[in-house]
Design a protein around this ligand. Sequence first.
Ligand code: AQP
Length: 332
Amino acid sequence: MSRIFSGVQPTGNLHLGNYLGAIRNFVRLQDDYECIYCAVDMHAITVWQDPQQLKNNVREVAAAYLASGVDPEKSIIFAQSNVAAHAELAWIFNCVARLGWLNRMTQFKEKAGKNRENASLGLYAYPSLMAADILVYKATHVPVGEDQKQHLELTRDIAQKFNNDYGTETFPLVEPLIFGEATRVMSLRDGTKKMSKSDPSDYSRIALTDGPDEIAKKLKKARTDAEPLPEKMEDLSERPEAANLVGIYAALADCTKAEVLAEHAGSQFSSFKPILTELAVEKFGPIGAEMKRLMADPGHVDAVLKDGAERAQALAEPVIREVKETVGFLVS
Ligand code: AQP
């Protein structure tokens, strides 16, 4: 059976983009693959995190997985820092990856911004740790949003170079799994920027824990234009905010953008937004409510994370041992 690995950073404010681009697909995959889903807290600290908040955010990610329908009996749910093999393999990969490869990573450029000299070394090496997360389980497929495609290419490069350098076939070449109509959900305030946890404006995103009133308020305020919805997708190419809302609707309704336009062409946003709100509340209401219930009494979430870490550890152990042998470390 092919193996899936994916993760979400516990940096708070989990949103519609994380759900439609990643978590929803995690649920769909668990019947056909062996799935390992992680709260990647070691990635989170590549930028400053308040320690107490980080703990809550790890639980929030696990609660989001559970509330969305990831079944902890079928899939493994755990926190990255609880399986040391991720860090061990990441160091080995730091010695395999080339500076030139990392210099090309657009996420580092975006996140480091103008003050690059002040970014952490961890933020720069992030893709190398991500490669370790995946390959320490020899995962073959990774469900992610479009924004992570470049990092997955790098994972393939690292796997290939490791295999070539050591003359082995240790690592598989992973494939991204990118699904559906909302592989890149954009900010509700600016249709050219992706919806993100770290955007300072709360109105830029719909959080998974937003209730009906917050969802309605945010969609009402979402930036749009004065034109009605067109008949064809091509006519949305210069209207990023409009295209984004159509994409969100299509993803939530599980249909294509063309089908949304076929039904709503000619509608103004004043009538389309309430319909979108109703759909979003229908889909998210139960997830947000279940997340809040799980977070109010985190004993169950903590037990799921503990069990998941033990199962993940058991899978990672033979792989990291094999890698250490291959590299030439003394293995007891
Ligand atoms: N806007 C998005 N549209 C579709 N998918 C998205 N993902 C993130 N944003 C969008 C997908 O969610 C998964 C988890 O992302 P992450 O937490 O590891 O990091 P990120 O991509 O950096 O997410 P954010 O929300 O933008 O966080 P910050 O602001 O902290 O950087 C990934 O599969 C990602 O593709």
